[in-house]
Design a binder for this molecule. Sequence first.
Ligand code: SF4
Length: 462
Amino acid sequence: MADFQSELKALAKPGDRGDGCRVFIETYGCQMNVYDSQAIGGLLNKDGFDTAADIFEADVVLLNTCSVRELAEHKIISRVGEIRRQRRNAHLPSVTVGICGCMAERLGDELQKGNNRVDLVVGVDNYDKLPGMISELMATQTATRRKRTATGHRTDAHYVAPPVIYPVNNSHLVTIHKGCDYKCTYCIVPYTRGPQTEKSPQAILEEIRTLVETGATEVTLLGQNVTAYHWQKEMDFAALLESVSGIEGLQRIRFLTGHPRDMHQHTMDAIGALDKVCPWLHLPIQSGSNAILKRMKRLYKKEEYLEMVDYARQVVPDVTFSTDIIVGFPGETEEDFQATLEVLRRVKYDQIFSFKYSERPGVPAAKLADDIGTNEKKRRLAEVMALQEKIWNVEAAREVGKTWTGIVEAPARHPGDSWRVRTPNNRKFVVADNLIDQGLKIGDEVSARITGFANTTFLTGE
Ligand code: SF4
């Protein structure tokens, strides 16, 4: 595989193409997009573009988008109109708007038609073309501008976000691969992000070493299916974890997201044995019914999933689990749905991300009749959420009185009262401001006694 960063030097003439043109990037969707936006920002800065603080300050607005749900795409289309309207109302000149990410890859030229058309469409593997495309657009009279699209998958396009703009909640994101080789029937990702293509272990280790040199102590390894990481038959995900663990100065390693089918026993053994690897597994089950799992093409059975959870509990101390659930998949009977609830009762997840099934054009499930009515989907979703809340309230209450240790990440959502701390197994607690006044800062380790909880956040006190 080509070294993409050195290729970039040939593709771009760094330094002055942007000539101070200000770009604002709005990010939607998953952590992969968060990382990609940082990489795009780095690419543009390197080429003489400046970062704008908001849409009003910008010459160019890029929306880095998600296609996972129809609603997410609708929101982006409205957002384009809203940006243009807000600029008009502020008596500002028309702004160049570009769409990046999954929606750009899925819809391509379509986004350059209609009322809310955009000037630029750049898919997930073509961000290195952005500086040139923007420069060309900015140099052309608005009225005569040609629309620009760059989409299509490339195996060599692995972007690296510069460390200076990198930290997210004190955990530095590092993508280890892109795309996905599975074809879960409801999922658009294999079509928008292409086949699974790995970053080399050397590139990953080098990226993390650079981060550590600039002060990072924690990384989150990112990918659509990190547990399937495999570098030329030499290194699988467990071996990669071991190599990353060897980096001196790095203290914690998290990872997102794994596929249950690739969470092998030896991977769990490695997670349990390597002190730096955090014991939190986000393993999307999607449904507790084998019939539905088969229709989703998830390639595991409920029983195998539960065995995996049991094994992880044996070999990974303090492990916690979170998951994704889809309710109302085509043909989901009440019995199928009850099987999903049963899995929730059995696993006792810390957190679930549950969604009503929504059809995505072009994926295999779109050929199945979307036969569960909207109200029934809503009812099932509400039931899943209510059950999770009930289970969590019992589990969380068991933690009261214990002393936890975690890393200070950021001010809590409600300012003025506390700071958010995350434990290795991904539980969140808040500590009072006065500890910060005493010199505690982001990235520091802090211990506190759990006194209660509100939803998934734990409260602490003396
Ligand atoms: S594993 Fe399935 S759900 Fe996950 S990204 Fe790949 S196709 Fe989509």
